[in-house]
Design a protein around this ligand. Structure first.
Ligand code: ATP
Ligand code: MG
Length: 458
């Protein structure tokens, strides 16, 4: 087996801990993802991966070994060590007593047994430790075997472990997506049976799990599991009600399945586009209207955008992400036609915003491809054409915002006696409209001339 790669900083951590008689293990996601990568024939682990370490030294000893390190977490049991630009979370081995409130164990006590420490962890695949520097593996719950078989299984008795901590339900569904594993039936039943406990979890923790699910190859696995266990209703009711809502002749899938497929087809490295794809049609439930033998959903994009804002706020996702997602959703219904004039193309670009164009196209392509079963995939030629036309317009030389105009408010004030006021913005907008029609007007003299004309007409 290829050995776990140690960066120079991690080697230094190992050296200092060994020197003071302590033991050290790589635990959690870092060792899990390394082993999974090996099983998949992938030998170079992500260099950006955060590394969780476990030790039998006490937090204050770690503090002393690494000056400047900070303590936080459960009773300050975790120490963040910063070394050579890297960060390690070093946690003292502990065993946990009973949980009473579905969130926190009653008592946390330190132990010197790595097995006891692994026993408090949520899933077998997360309960593997690799000793440093020896490389010896501790795997008392056969997590490696479960990784091989593609299974997520609770450590110990599933119903007890899922009742202890509601976050585990969400973590289980999230790992199923990010790791591409199945949740073992007994664990899945326990998640479902304990959905009440899971529904008590703080929204920001739920939001953080769903945000991580968005990095998966297929985030839909997470959302579909949440639906099956009865948690989608709780965390994303707007999406849950889309289940079974049929569409029209342009669609092979109901709104729910279409949304999940669109989400999977959006780029994995663009969480805003993935969220937008997942939620772009949630307004269809309320706007569905019969039209002859078929249905239409007029205005669903605005309603979807409003509902998405509400959902993302509930999940405490960052404001900037929400802004981008709702903007994309509100704009997703553009219908390009070859007869659009160049000015129409420029106006489209201005409405969307240059910086959001690429994302909107990613969303539109995912949306389009998610409408039909495979085999009926057709490349969205119209989207392709619109993209090439935008490129041809050489947007870098075309004014698309007021800031791109050759004159600003200060210059406007020099050609009139009028005191500054809202009229300045109005005139600049009118000038931009003119420039979008005729880009060659975007020159100082031309614009001042046009502005005089506009002012004398008003
Ligand atoms: P990733 O970092 O890829 O999201 P991870 O498994 O490292 O996954 P962390 O939240 O960093 O997740 O937690 C590190 C380890 O701590 C986990 O692998 C698991 O062993 C344990 N752990 C985390 N949260 C819980 C929990 N709610 N219940 C039990 N054990 C947990
Ligand atoms: Mg981790």
């Amino acid at each position: 087996m290829k050995t776990f790669p140690l960066s120079p900083s991690l080697k230094e951590v190992v050296r200092r801990i060994q020197q003071s008689g302590g033991r050290l293990w790589v635990v959690g996601g870092a060792i899990r993802d390394f082993l999974l990568g090996q099983l998949l024939g992938n030998t170079s682990p992500s260099p950006l991966r955060e590394i969780d370490l476990a030790t039998d030294l006490l937090p204050e000893q770690i503090n002393a070994l690494f000056p400047g390190s900070l303590r936080f977490g459960e009773r300050f049991g975790t120490v963040v060590v910063r070394l050579g630009g890297e960060e390690f979370e070093v946690t003292t081995l502990r065993r946990e007593g009973d949980y009473t409130d579905g969130r926190r164990p009653e008592l946390v006590e330190f132990t010197d047994s790595i097995e006891a420490d692994l026993a408090r962890r949520d899933f077998t695949v997360n309960a593997i430790a690799r000793s440093l520097p020896s490389g010896e593996l501790s795997d008392p719950f056969n997590g490696r075997e479960d990784l091989k078989r593609g299974i997520i299984r609770a450590v110990g008795e599933p119903s007890r472990r899922l009742a202890e901590d509601g976050l585990r339900a969400y973590r289980g569904c999230r790992f199923a997506a990010t790791l591409g594993l199945e949740i073992e039936p007994k664990t899945l039943r326990a998640i479902s049976a304990n959905r009440e406990v899971a529904s008590q979890v703080a929204w920001e923790r739920v939001g953080a799990e769903l945000q991580k699910a968005m990095t998966a190859a297929e985030p839909s696995r997470c959302f579909e599991l949440l639906r099956q266990v009865g948690l989608l209703d709780h965390c994303l009711p707007e999406l849950a009600v889309c289940y079974g809502v049929t569409q029209n002749r342009h669609h092979d899938f109901d709104v729910y399945d279409h949304s999940l497929r669109a989400c999977d087809l959006a780029p994995a490295e663009k969480p805003a586009v993935r969220w937008a794809a997942l939620l772009h049609d949630i307004g269809k439930v309320e706007t569905k209207t019969r039209q002859g033998r078929d249905f239409h959903f007029h205005g669903h994009e605005e309603l979807s955008a409003r509902l998405a804002e509400r959902a993302l706020q509930r999940l405490r996702l960052p404001k900037e992400l929400r802004r981008r997602v709702t903007h994309l959703i509100a704009r997703h219904m553009f219908l390009y036609q070859p007869q659009w004039s160049d000015a129409a193309v420029r106006r489209f670009v201005r409405r969307v915003g240059v910086e959001q164009l690429a994302d909107l196209f990613d969303l539109a392509i995912a949306d389009r491809l998610a409408k039909h079963r495979e085999g009926r995939f057709h490349l969205p030629a119209d989207i392709d054409e619109l993209m090439s036309r935008i490129e041809e317009l050489r947007l870098d030389e075309t004014a698309l915002t007021i800031g791109d105009l050759a004159i600003g408010g200060a210059e406007l004030l020099t050609i009139t006696e009028k005191p500054a006021g809202p009229w300045v913005g109005t005139v600049l907008h009118q000038l931009l409209e003119l420039v979008l029609e005729r880009p060659e007007l975007n020159q100082r003299e031309e614009l001042l001339h046009e502005a005089e004309r506009l002012l004398s007409n008003s």
